[in-house]
Each structure stands twice: as C-alpha cells, then as structure tokens.
Design a protein around this ligand. Structure first.
Ligand code: ZN
Length: 190
C-alpha cells in the first residue's frame, strides 16, 4: 500500500483567549515570546508574558512561582534570560500549561505539510500533530485533498476512508498521531 505522511505545522504560537479588563471583553492574547524573571531575596518568579491583541494589556503566565533560585537549573535559567525560542515554544505550545492557568488556548493558523494524492490506489496516511492542535480529521482531509463536505461524507459512508483504530470520522479530532486508510476506487474520483 502506498504510504503518505502529513504533518500539521503551526504557523504561530497558541493564541490565548482570555477576558481583558481594559477592553471589557474576552480577547485574544498573543505570546510576547519573552520571559520575565523577578528575583526577591530568596525566591524567584518566572513568567511568560502575553499581550492583549487590542490594547497591549499584559498577562503573566506563571512558569515558576516563589521558588528558591537553586530549584531552577542554571541552563534553564539562562534560557529564560535569553528568551530561548525553543523554551518559549515548550510553554506557549502546551495547551495544558495554558489550561492550568484557567485560560483557553485557541487554534493557531496552520498548514498541512505532505503529499497530496488522488484516490487512484489504496493509501495509508499518517498524520502527525505534534502539538495536538484541536483540528477535526474531516477538516484536515478535506483541506488537503480539496474535498467538499458532501464529497467527504460520501467517501466516509461508502467506507473509502477509515481510521485505525476506528473513530467517528465526522466528529473526531486529530490526535498526536492519526492513521487513515483511503481506499482507491479507480476512475471514480480522478
Ligand atoms: Zn485589551
């Protein structure tokens, strides 16, 4: 069977949906990609700074709160000081880190890397979604293969698209790794 790999690539960090006091409504807060370190005599705070997209009001997401400085390895502390990009990503792409702060992580703009193909032969598609972005399987397949909602639903009901293990292909979202089998039907969709 032909094998194809797709990868969901996020085009920005996760947008945060949060009530902004100054705007008086729920707004999108954007990660500034900067940490702030506050050192008291015997305790350290580390925050990742977000800004309201309308008014620039800041929101500090606790990374470390009132810890003894020795509790943070030096290399990690250096990373916070330098606003290391990978370190920023580690927190700002982690929806459970954001949920633990009582805010909602939105869906960033994304693209789907990988080969586009027709239904001319049986194809196994492995979809990697490293940051578990909440995208429906149907959206990813339709977008990548340029299918209308109607075409997609027809393929599902005819059993031409299946997931391994079986999931509800109308509603299920992509996991970190999702495997689909698309069955070729010569001529029909070419
Ligand atoms: Zn605001």
């Amino acid at each position: 069977m032909k094998k194809v790999a797709w990868e969901i690539q996020s085009l920005s960090l996760l947008p945060v949906l949060k009530y902004c006091k100054k705007c008086g409504k729920k707004n999108v807060f954007v990660c500034s990609e900067q940490f702030r370190i506050n050192a008291q005599r015997k305790s350290l705070d580390v925050w990742l700074i977000y800004k309201c997209s309308s008014c620039n009001t800041t929101w500090n997401a606790d990374v470390y709160s009132r810890v003894v400085p020795q509790a943070i390895p030096q290399a990690l502390l250096d990373g916070f000081c330098k606003n290391d990009k990978e370190l920023v990503k580690q927190y700002a792409m982690d929806s459970s880190f954001l949920q633990n702060h009582g805010v909602e992580a939105g869906l960033p703009k994304y693209s789907i890397l990988g080969e586009r193909f027709s239904f001319s032969e049986d194809t196994e598609v492995e979809i990697k979604n490293q940051y578990s972005l909440p995208i429906r399987i149907s959206s990813a397949v339709r977008e990548k293969l340029h299918l209308s909602q109607r075409e997609y639903l027809q393929l599902v009901s005819e059993g031409q698209i299946e997931s391994v293990p079986g999931q509800n292909l109308k509603k299920a979202k992509l996991k970190a790794r999702t495997v689909l089998i698309l069955k070729g039907k010569k001529g029909k969709f070419l």
